[in-house]
Ligand binder design. Structure first.
Ligand SMILES: NC(=O)c1ccc[n+]([C@@H]2O[C@H](COP(=O)([O-])OP(=O)(O)OC[C@H]3O[C@@H](n4cnc5c(N)ncnc54)[C@H](OP(=O)(O)O)[C@@H]3O)[C@@H](O)[C@H]2O)c1
Length: 384
């Protein structure tokens, strides 16, 4: 194709996630039997991932989806959705929520204040992320729930060391400087693995950087920054690679786990599985770059920020904000977030492929396209 013909091409149609979702559901009917007519407790079903999980269970015929969260949304909800409002760390709340359920999907978590921070006691993070999981496991067992799947994080093996294709034999991250969130996810995983057996089948899914339409956390940081700078004029080490997880690929992995754990419990239960798009990309250029372009700004970068400056600068900023926390200051990025952005960390999805039949349904470029389209649709007050 020459340059002249390129300019006369009609603009590419905006990617339409709703249409693609319908097609994906139609192509993957084989998992419906694991959902149809069953009752599910979704702990954290109002969160970013939780909402997708709930919608999917309903679309595939679940008899009931009960959502456990502290603040249920106002207004009307689906007739097969019920709410068990309260704090999952409270045993009586978790127990009432599990009553009559066939399976629990636990995707409630908090990231800390600041998210992924490593200073201070971190008790708030441990309360929800560790005590909450302990409480919902105990409730599931007491209420004779058959299956329990926990949404963990690939962060459990991330300690800042570059690593390609980490698999499930990679040891948990260790070290004095681990952030509270990572520590809590490791502790929760240990509980979930130890709880497998005696009538309860448990499992763990480990996504890495979940993105997609309706994402709030990354976009909540990046969009204001990009708007303020009218683009993102800096770059990071171009050799960095990581794998991200499109939210629907993760939802699909949950459905596969729910199906396979009934077909082959001895093989499937009691294990962790990395779940990603299976593609190595560059965090800033590819993922953040797609958001920048989605917002209509140029992806040009003028300044390369070296690793030591990015990580050291964010560590100093995190510490300063900690000292001055009474003023309500929060770091733009914590040391852990900076490390993740500049360190190669990819994960093997081979175990998920072999034991769950997982394959990424949506590739990273495609998934970012849906996210970019949704960012544009959210609207930009400055005219972009
Ligand atoms: N987002 C990512 O990039 C990412 C990456 C890797 C792994 N993960 C994991 O994926 C899971 C879902 O993450 P997300 O981003 O969807 O989270 P999110 O949007 O922050 O949603 C968290 C959910 O948990 C509920 N929750 C929090 N504390 C609770 C408590 N004490 N009792 C009851 N409910 C509580 C929240 O509702 P209320 O606030 O109303 O209680 C909300 O429904 C988490 O386990 C997270 O660790 C996320």
């Amino acid at each position: 194709m020459n340059a002249a013909s390129r300019t006369t091409d009609p603009p590419a149609p905006a990617p339409d996630w709703a249409t693609r979702l319908e097609a994906l559901r139609a192509e993957t009917r084989e998992v419906d039997a694991a959902v149809a007519g069953r009752r599910f407790l979704s702990v954290g079903g109002t969160g970013f991932v939780g909402r997708y999980l709930v919608e999917e269970l309903l679309a595939r015929g679940a008899a009931e989806v009960r959502i456990l969260c502290r603040t249920p949304p106002r207004g009307a909800h689906h007739p097969r959705v019920t709410f068990a409002t309260g704090n999952v760390t409270r045993p009586e709340v978790a127990r009432a929520a599990c009553r009559g359920m066939d399976a629990v999907i636990h995707s409630a978590a908090v990231y800390g204040n600041p998210p992924f921070g490593s200073l201070g006691p971190g008790q708030d993070v441990a309360d929800t992320n560790v005590r909450g999981v302990e409480s919902s496991l105990a409730a599931a067992r007491a209420e004779s729930v058959a299956d329990f799947v926990y949404t963990s994080s690939a962060n459990v093996v991330f300690d800042g060391t570059p690593r390609l294709e980490a698999d499930e034999s990679t040891p948990y991250a260790m070290g004095r400087r681990l952030d509270h969130y990572t520590r809590s996810k490791i502790a929760a995983e240990r509980l979930v693995l130890a709880a497998n057996g005696g009538g309860l089948r448990t499992g763990i899914l480990r996504p890495n950087g979940i993105y997609g339409p309706r994402e709030q956390y990354i976009t909540g940081k990046v969009v204001p920054l990009v708007r303020m700078l009218r683009g993102l004029p800096f770059s990071l080490d171009p050799s960095q690679r990581t794998d991200w997880t499109f939210v629907y690929n993760l939802v699909w992995a949950h459905l596969l786990w729910l199906r396979r754990v009934r077909e082959a419990p001895a093989e499937v239960a009691g294990k962790a599985y990395f779940i990603t798009d299976g593609e190595a990309v560059h965090t800033l250029q590819d993922v953040v770059g797609a958001m920048v372009r989605g917002l209509g700004y140029p992806g040009r970068a003028f300044v390369r920020v070296p690793r030591f400056l990015m990580v050291g600068g964010c560590a100093v900023q995190e510490r300063l904000c900690w000292w001055l926390r009474d003023l309500g200051l929060r770091p733009l990025f914590t040391r852990t977030e900076a490390l993740k952005a500049v360190t190669t960390n990819t994960h093997s999805i081979e175990r998920a492929r072999t034991l769950l039949g997982y394959r990424p349904l949506v590739g990273t470029a495609e998934g970012l396209g849906y996210m970019g389209a949704e960012l544009r649709a959210r609207g930009e007050p400055d005219g972009h």
